[in-house]
Design a protein around this ligand. Sequence first.
Ligand SMILES: Cc1cc2nc3c(=O)[nH]c(=O)nc-3n(C[C@H](O)[C@H](O)[C@H](O)COP(=O)(O)O)c2cc1C
Length: 376
Amino acid sequence: MIKLISSTTSYLYKRAFKPVMFKVLPPDNAHTNILIAGSIWQKIPFANKLLAGVWAYKNPTLEQTIDGIRYPNPVGLSAGFDKNIRLLPTLKSVGFGFMTGGSVTYDECDGNPRPWFYRLPKSKSLVVNVGLANEGVKRIRERVQRYPSWKANQFPLTVSVAKTNSQGTCVDAEAIADYVGSLRHLKKQKQISSFEINISCPNTFGGEPFTTPKRLDALLSAIDALQLQKPVVIKMPIDLHWKEFSALLDVIVDHDIRGVTIGNLRKNRSEAKLTDTLPNEVPGNMSGLPTQKLSDDLIRQTYKKYGDRLTIIGVGGIFNAEDAYRKICLGASLVAIVTSMIFEGPQIVGQMNSDLVKLLERDGFASISDAIGSQV
Ligand SMILES: Cc1cc2nc3c(=O)[nH]c(=O)nc-3n(C[C@H](O)[C@H](O)[C@H](O)COP(=O)(O)O)c2cc1C
């Protein structure tokens, strides 16, 4: 039944909704409209119940408890789609196993000058140049506080925290104070299950200072001191060679950090095999397919070296259950998506979960946890 509903809605999304959004509207307007539509939708009584009934897929095989948090399924929303955490109820109803809200920064930020997005449809990628636009931690915390915590228990919320995109945070001490200030504001919120520290947001003031071991060590020492009492993961850059990447992991395992999200957008254009033309003057970094192999390789090497010491959230170019399953078999405990949901529609989440169960059955695994790292 889910297959039928999913393929019908997938067809409608691809043949009706997406062509209008993609052809008529520039990508920035399409993204804004999706967020507005979602906000209106969740105000309609029973709308989300309907959504959950039609799209969400449940199966005990997909349930896991990781670092003390119960996940109904392993497919989450990655950071950047719901920056101001406005759509939590709808994203739960769509069938995600968890969501990452943000990235949130201490101060409100308008982000980089528009346009923020450039589509590479044949390459299954978006070029992203948002520059951490968000309403700032105080407003976002107030919104999160209004969400009933009993509901939050059924749908883990990770909040991604980044440093404010401003001249001030170009100094390391200021940048660290910015991260710490946001985490202090969010620390006691019952609705938040875990934190993701975004050290890898390109195209912002000061770049990515905490992607070198010494400076990362300073940031993580300040975060340790907060004693957050919730799992913390680090959102990793995806363009680094293994030697540089593992030097960062060596620092991470010395701190009170549970895991890593692998990884963020791809900056390096020179080796990306793109089917579309990407003009040099278009600023930003690539999501989707160009991140897929980089992410798979780093997940495999991270799992091989660190095993269970680091929980891995696999992100980058997941378009179907096979892509998600491959990352899980390479060592990811959870996976998360953004681009495939924008390109294929939100019904992709239930479809992915339903197909994941078939892949587990095919390979003789009794649960998703049994598949983690099985090919390393
Ligand atoms: C529109 C958009 C906005 C994003 N914003 C953020 C962000 O604010 N913080 C962050 O850590 N990653 C951000 N990302 C990166 C994604 O979380 C993800 O790491 C990357 O897109 C690869 O996953 P995908 O191929 O499923 O899109 C953004 C990605 C997209 C497409």
